[in-house]
Design a protein around this ligand. Structure first.
Ligand SMILES: Cc1ncc(COP(=O)(O)O)c(C=O)c1O
Length: 389
């Protein structure tokens, strides 16, 4: 698709996001913008609550959960039976890790660039004998596949790492990492929170045993839901010990005499999901799939390219992958006082974010190169603060 058509795509969908009437929004990797569709869906949820009270569970809300699981399954080319819902990535990890035997194989390999909640799962289990191996990044941007290969051994139960690093926006070759894990008899968990919705993600192509994501970032669904994928062959084999009634085979039998877990990925579900978010998340998933993930990737890749070019010509330095193919739409602009820089951006009407040592900009399909220009213009006005050339 030519560049002009991709630009029209942004123009077409931008009116659906009222935030752009008052701001330049460049922080989709923290929280995707609220669409009119999601707001209307939230109103529909409230109407049902108002009209039916708890009776809405049977006729509407349980089905809404199923629609969201199925929609996520479609997005990652998985089967519906391989997907489940959780309250957060942290909750999803808790139930998944509870099903993995960390006694026979106590090592878990992760990296210093992964999101803290992933690493904390294993640091917290150190007193139970778990041995987390947190790989260092030699360049502060990514971790070579060879480093994973060298760290995974016959005592390794799990490799848990990101598809896209929240720290640098670098895209990892998780397929290659997963192959090393499998060759050693270890499992691979992919934290795809920062890739789903901005890149095509195919759980099987990535060789993921588990893949986690959630509603609030690139999938435009707001806070309150995480998505779980568990490879079909593992669903029955793995028995979580962190469980809840939504994972029971016959949830509404209320049988406390025995626990029979479901045979599919939903055995990893815990308790009542955030029903309002089922509505906003469904609208977000549908919108992303309507725009088309391949088109989104092309659009955000060109916006990220544009940001790299503008930042460099303004004398700002970017912490990110040197090869363009490994770059995503999370662009980290080095800054010694990122909090102050984000405040200045805010005063100029640009909503961005920061992480240690960098201002983080993350354009989605609804952004334009004018948005990028506005942000860089504000950042370049204080050359002493921005990174050096
Ligand atoms: C890569 C990644 N994983 C996990 C999380 C957070 O997980 P949780 O749903 O537990 O808040 C984030 C950001 O909030 C993230 O960027």
């Amino acid at each position: 698709m030519p560049e002009a058509d991709l630009y029209e795509l942004a123009e077409r969908y931008r009116p659906e996001f009222p935030i752009f009437r008052s701001a330049v929004y460049l922080n989709s990797c923290s929280l995707g913008a609220l669409s009119q569709r999601s707001r209307e869906a939230l109103n529909r949820f409230a109407d049902l609550w108002d009209r039916f009270g708890a009776a809405a569970w049977y006729d509407h809300w349980l089905e809404a959960a199923q629609v969201v699981r199925a929609s996520f399954a479609r997005l990652i080319s998985a089967d519906e039976s391989e997907t489940a819902l959780a309250a957060s990535i942290s909750a999803a990890l808790t139930s998944i890790v509870s099903a993995i035997d960390l006694e026979q194989r106590p090592r878990v390999v992760t990296t210093e660039l992964d999101f803290p909640t992933v690493i904390y799962q294993f640091l917290a289990r150190r007193r139970l004998g778990v041995e987390p191996v947190v790989l260092k990044s030699p360049d502060g941007v990514s971790v070579p596949v060879e480093a994973f290969a060298a760290a995974i051994d016959e005592r390794t139960a799990l490799v848990a790492t990101s598809h896209v690093y929240y720290t640098t926006g670098a895209i990892q070759d998780v397929g290659a990492i997963a192959r090393h894990a499998r060759a050693m008899g270890a499992l691979c968990l992919v934290d795809a929170y920062q890739s789903t919705g901005q890149l095509p993600v195919d759980a099987r192509e990535l060789q993921a045993d588990f893949l986690l994501s959630g509603s609030l970032k690139w999938l435009l669904g707001g806070q309150g839901l995480a998505y779980i994928f568990v490879r079909r062959e593992l669903c029955r084999r793995l028995e979580p010990t962190a469980v809840g009634w939504f994972g029971a085979e016959d949830q509404f039998a209320f049988d406390v005499g025995a626990l029979r877990l479901r045979q599919d990925a939903r055995r990893f579900e815990l308790g009542t999901p955030a029903v309002p978010t089922l509505y906003t998340a469904r609208a977000g998933l549908e919108l992303v799939q309507e725009v088309g993930i391949e088109r989104i990737r092309r659009r955000v890749a060109s916006l990220a390219d544009d940001l790299w070019r503008r930042a460099r010509s303004a004398g700002l330095r970017i912490r990110g992958a040197s090869e363009p193919a490994a770059r995503s739409a999370i662009v980290m602009i080095e800054n010694t006082e990122p909090e102050a820089a984000v405040r200045r951006l805010g005063e100029a009407g640009v909503i961005a974010d920061y992480r240690p040592g960098a201002v983080r900009l993350s354009p989605h399909f609804y952004n334009t190169t004018e948005d990028n220009a506005r942000a860089i213009e504000v950042l370049e006005r204080r050359p002493g603060v921005g990174g050096s050339r």
